[in-house]
Design a protein around this ligand. Structure first.
Ligand code: ADP
Ligand code: MG
Length: 348
């Protein structure tokens, strides 16, 4: 929303495909032992010895997954890596490499792609991963980014969605609902900006939730914490679509039921105040708002002492036999069935 009036705009046609790829990728360094050959050949060469490999991919489409009127390209680059790394960590694996593929229309100048790659580079540095390849092509309309992430995990350490057992504790990292409420604030400001392009919104009171939307972090730290605490979750999933739908995925794949306690769901104070301002129920947002990229896991009760009191991990419920179903126990101690709405359903 804040625009430089005379930015430099180098048309992509000035470079051509090969020069463009070279320009965007020449600064990537190889840091991982498992990367034998990165960018520059027909394929990357990786060597993981005896480790198991996890591979995951996500596609981000302009107008569907992001809106460039409030998403700076640098943040978009960063986020496109985060959404993928989050899936790697959800396997209890270590992320090691990514590939990045772009379809880009000629309305983007070179400088825009430089911004995007600045975000990708920052993410790669912070999370200690190598960018080992990709593809670049043109698009007739918007920007499309596809990232594939690769990771490694010892066979005995991999955590699937399917391992939850009755009596296990349900644990969530961080807090929920922030990214969705950040999006609500940004959407509102976009509407204000349309009416009054000179408006300079003061968003400091929403800084945390806006950051949750624009600059999410994948929870590498939680995987490292679990290792340090010697806790191996019985099942795990990352929360990209909201707590309800992820809880349902875990329970269905593990063939179990669950009781989640409304009063245990971790919410940041900014989520609570912004929900009040927008007149939305904060539990609904935590259950159905998307893009928090926290980890939802189940752990054996025997491991409770190890995680007890840790500010990064909150016990929100426990696993039951499948016949008991999946329920939210409300503050009024009512039991209501958990249903998946997902964040798209919240849109209208
Ligand atoms: P090919 O013709 O085999 O598809 P390219 O000319 O597209 O090869 O790519 C050359 C090298 O640059 C390859 O190593 C490829 O993985 C890498 N690459 C291409 N586009 C990107 C991109 N957007 N980001 C990172 N690496 C890329
Ligand atoms: Mg190619």
């Amino acid at each position: 929303m804040i625009e430089d009036k005379n930015p430099k705009r180098t048309p992509l046609s000035e470079l051509g495909e090969f020069k463009l790829i070279e320009h965007l990728t020449e600064h990537f360094e190889i840091t991982q032992k498992s990367t034998v050959k990165g960018i520059g050949d027909d394929a990357a060469v990786l060597n993981f010895d005896k480790k198991q490999i996890v591979v995951t991919t996500d596609l981000l489409v302009e107008g569907v997954h992001f809106d460039l009127s409030y998403m700076p390209l640098k943040h978009l680059g960063y986020k496109s890596i985060m959404v993928n790394l989050s899936d790697v960590y959800a396997m209890n694996a270590k992320a090691t490499q990514v590939t990045v593929s772009l379809a880009v229309s000629n309305r983007f100048p070179l400088e825009a792609l430089e911004e995007l790659y600045a975000g990708i580079t920052t993410a790669a540095k912070h999370y200690n991963i190598d960018v080992v390849g990709g593809d670049t092509t043109s698009s007739n309309s918007g920007l499309i980014i596809s990232v594939t992430a690769i990771g490694e995990v010892k066979k005995e350490d991999a955590v699937l969605r399917s391992g939850a057992q009755p009596n296990d504790l349900v644990v969530v990292s961080g807090d929920l609902g922030g990214a969705y409420m950040g999006l609500q604030v940004l959407e509102r400001e976009k509407e204000v900006f349309k009416v009054n392009p000179n408006s300079q919104p003061d968003l400091t009171m929403y800084s945390y939730i806006i950051e949750r939307q624009l600059k999410p972090e994948a929870r590498k730290d939680i995987i490292e914490l679990l290792e340090k605490l010697q806790v191996k979750p019985t099942s795990m999933i990352d929360i990209s679509d909201g707590l309800s739908s992820e809880v349902i995925h875990l329970c269905k794949q593990s063939k179990v039921g669950v009781d989640i306690y409304e009063n245990k769901i971790p919410l940041d104070p900014q989520v609570i105040t912004t929900c009040e301002e927008f007149n939305i129920d904060s539990t609904t947002i935590a259950l159905n708002g998307g893009e928090d990229y926290e980890l939802l896991m189940t752990i054996s009760q025997n491991d409770y002492e190890k995680i007890k009191g840790n500010p990064n991990l909150t016990v929100i419920g426990y696993i039951t036999e499948a016949e008991r179903g999946m329920h939210l126990v409300t503050r009024a101690e009512e039991k209501i069935p958990i249903i998946a709405k997902g964040w798209n359903a919240l849109k209208d």
